[in-house]
Design a protein around this ligand. Structure first.
Ligand code: NAD
Length: 342
């Protein structure tokens, strides 16, 4: 695999994947196809060798452009998406356009050109799980975490559009023999994440002298994984995964939002109780938890960055040292949240 296209490679997880490939696989050339929406930033690729990484600014729903690029590639790794739940509640239309029509456009180009496709998706397609304390096995019994057999049950326009895109990929494998795999990952954290998202929002609130904000009672649980571990898993699936299979990626990182926020405050030398409770997200999923046994047993992947406190401290350091990356957008992001009392 010498030439790969990474869609959404100027966003959070996509750019971390591009850095990962450049560092670990010197034989690979990466073409990033990214529309540079509000969530994309060419600075995320700054410093990477220009003979190894090329940024094409364009839309994954532009069939002509996509066909031209895919015809020269060995594989497409598809990260591009509208990715923020809260935005999908305000205006779902770009989610349908990019996540469904955009994915369809890529699938057609890969079908016509016989190109390998890897689809990056989310555990949110499965809906949510009850909190551990409400389960007979306290979250460890059979069926108490997501597996690739869990029925789809998305809650928001974002997760519904991702669920739809996963099903398109499955249909293209079955009906057209497309050489494709799918991965559904839990919540990522690390550098380059847009400050609208929970962890960077709170870190940058504190750095800006604003009080952090917690949705509802903060009991909602997310299963955190460091973005480096996600990148390594995607590479493993791309190169060793069984065609047609779905792999769930997670690192046993379940934590409720309140615990994460209080840890951020503590790591930043603040009083851990010094935050405001704000309106909850409508339809807010209660708990996500991934069973990654299949990926570990069949492809030998293991997460390496499992010390959450250390990973969080590194992430705080990154936002502290890269103020120019986020500062200009901070006021607008907070003004948007303020409109919905969040
Ligand atoms: N963030 C997470 O915790 C998480 C977890 C699991 C899966 N995912 C999935 O990983 C992928 C990347 O997520 P992220 O958090 O990095 O998102 P992001 O919003 O940070 O980045 C998305 C990127 O896609 C680009 N993009 C958007 N629409 C486009 C279009 N029409 N054409 C070309 N480029 C376009 C944006 O410019 C941006 O660079 C998404 O598919 C998401 O569903 C994310």
């Amino acid at each position: 695999m010498k030439n790969i296209i990474v869609t959404g490679g100027a966003g959070f997880i996509g750019s971390n994947f591009v850095h990962y490939v450049v560092k670990h696989h010197p034989e690979v050339h990466v073409t990033v196809l990214d529309k540079l929406t509000y969530a994309g930033n060419r600075e995320n690729l700054a410093g990477l060798p220009t003979d190894r990484v090329e940024l094409i600014v364009g839309d994954i729903a532009d069939a002509q452009l996509v066909n031209r690029l895919v015809a020269k590639a060995d594989a497409v790794v598809h990260y591009a998406a509208e990715s923020h739940n809260d935005n999908s509640l305000q205006d779902p239309s770009p989610f349908i356009q990019t996540n469904l029509v955009g994915t369809f456009t890529l699938l057609e180009a890969c079908r016509l050109n016989g190109v390998r496709f890897h689809h990056v998706s989310t555990d949110e397609v499965y809906g949510d799980l009850p909190l551990r304390e409400d389960l007979p096995g306290h979250g460890e019994g059979p069926g108490e975490k997501f597996t690739d057999h869990t029925p789809y049950n998305p809650s928001s326009p974002y997760s519904a559009s991702k669920a739809g895109s996963d099903l398109l990929v499955r249909a293209w494998v079955r009906s057209f023999g497309l050489q494709a795999t799918i991965s559904n990952c839990s919540n990522n954290y690390g550098p380059y994440q847009h400050i609208e998202k929970f962890i960077p929002r709170q870190i940058t609130n504190i750095l800006s002298g604003e009080r952090p904000k917690l949705y509802g009672d903060g009991k909602n649980v997310r299963d955190w994984i460091h973005t480096e571990d996600h990148s390594a898993a995607v590479w493993r699936i791309l190169t060793k995964g069984q065609i047609g299979e779905t792999y769930l990626i997670g690192a046993d990182g379940e934590k409720d939002n309140k615990t994460v926020l209080e840890l951020i405050l503590q790591l930043m030398g603040k009083d851990p109780k010094d935050y405001d409770h704000v309106n909850d997200r409508p339809g807010h999923d209660l708990r996500y938890a991934i069973d990654a046994t299949k990926l570990k047993d069949e492809l030998g992947w293991q997460p390496q960055f499992t010390d959450f406190e250390e990973g969080l401290a590194d992430t705080i350091k990154w936002y502290t040292e890269n103020r120019e990356w986020w500062q200009a957008e901070k006021a607008a992001v907070e003004a948007k949240y303020a409109k919905s009392g969040q």
